[in-house]
Design a protein around this ligand. Structure first.
Ligand SMILES: Nc1ncnc2c1ncn2[C@@H]1O[C@H](COP(=O)(O)OP(=O)(O)OP(=O)(O)O)[C@@H](O)[C@H]1O
Ligand SMILES: [Mg+2]
Length: 253
């Protein structure tokens, strides 16, 4: 049986009077790419925010490989291996591609002043390892030559890839991608697809929020359809994409 990496049980969240997560039960397994689809405002990003610790649930349990997450702050969840990208990228435009990736590395020593002051050699060693890791990720994306380029000077598709590259600084078991393909085309599209596929093949549990249905069809084995904070349907990706509820509530026919 495939290993359960992430599990949500009865997760609930309200903003004011609006229910944005309504008794969500979900399991994500090692090697799986699950598509999370639904209309604007369905609560997809909120679900990622609940898992990664940006917002706390009102009720319910979230566990990563059996370890309770819902009481932990965002940085602890990142260290435990919840890696994610952001719908609105959140890159530092004036910083280089490599610097943006190092900012996202949770084990990068630069984030601890004490370590910087007291642990000279091990800090340098950790920095070197983080840079090497980052360059390895960029090489896989065919973007090593852009490492020192400012993010403002690369294309939109390349910026989206930097968002993914930053998430891949974590070796954690769980990867959440929030609209990785929005506005991406051409070679960046192909790169995104093949990297996500490789990550799943290497055993990561991946969940992708995406409005690009052909990307979902190409990449995902399973899918979940969410509307107004509720999971309405779930299952095999092809069956779900042909479901009546999806046609009516998502495609509007
Ligand atoms: N921090 C917040 N405070 C109050 N309301 C919020 C907050 N974050 C999200 N919402 C509301 O929760 C609902 C779900 O938003 P969410 O961003 O999760 O939707 P989504 O499915 O990701 O939509 P999209 O496809 O447009 O990205 C929306 O009504 C949104 O306005
Ligand atoms: Mg969203």
């Amino acid at each position: 049986m495939t290993k359960t990496v992430l599990s949500l049980k009865n997760v609930c969240k309200r903003f004011g009077g609006v229910v944005v997560a309504d008794r969500i039960d979900l399991e994500l397994h090692a090697g799986e790419v699950m598509g999370l689809i639904g209309p604007n405002g369905a609560g997809k990003t909120t679900l990622f925010n609940l898992i990664s610790g940006v917002v706390m649930p009102d009720e319910g349990e979230i566990a990563l490989a059996g370890r309770v997450l819902q009481t932990l702050p965002l940085y602890r969840r990142a260290r435990l291996g919840v890696a994610r990208t952001w719908q609105h990228m959140r890159l530092f435009g004036s910083m280089s591609v490599l610097e943006n990736m190092l900012v996202g590395a949770s084990n990068y020593p630069g984030e601890s002043l004490l370590r910087l002051v007291f642990a000279g050699k091990s800090v340098r060693e950790a920095e070197r390892a983080a840079r090497e890791h980052a360059m390895g990720v960029l090489e896989r994306m065919g973007m090593a030559s852009l490492a020192a380029t400012s993010v403002n000077d690369i294309t939109f598709g390349q910026q989206k890839l930097v968002g993914l590259a930053r998430a891949l600084m974590s070796d954690g078991p769980c990867l959440l991608l929030d609209e990785p393909m929005g506005g991406v085309e051409g070679s960046a599209y192909e790169t995104m697809r093949s990297i996500v596929r490789e990550e799943a093949e290497a055993g990561r549990a991946v969940c992708v929020v995406e409005h690009n249905v052909s990307f979902i069809r190409d990449l995902c084995s399973s899918a979940v359809f969410m509307v107004q904070g509720r999971i309405l349907e779930r299952g095999d990706v092809r069956t779900l994409l042909e479901s009546k509820a999806l046609a009516e509530l998502y495609f509007g026919k």
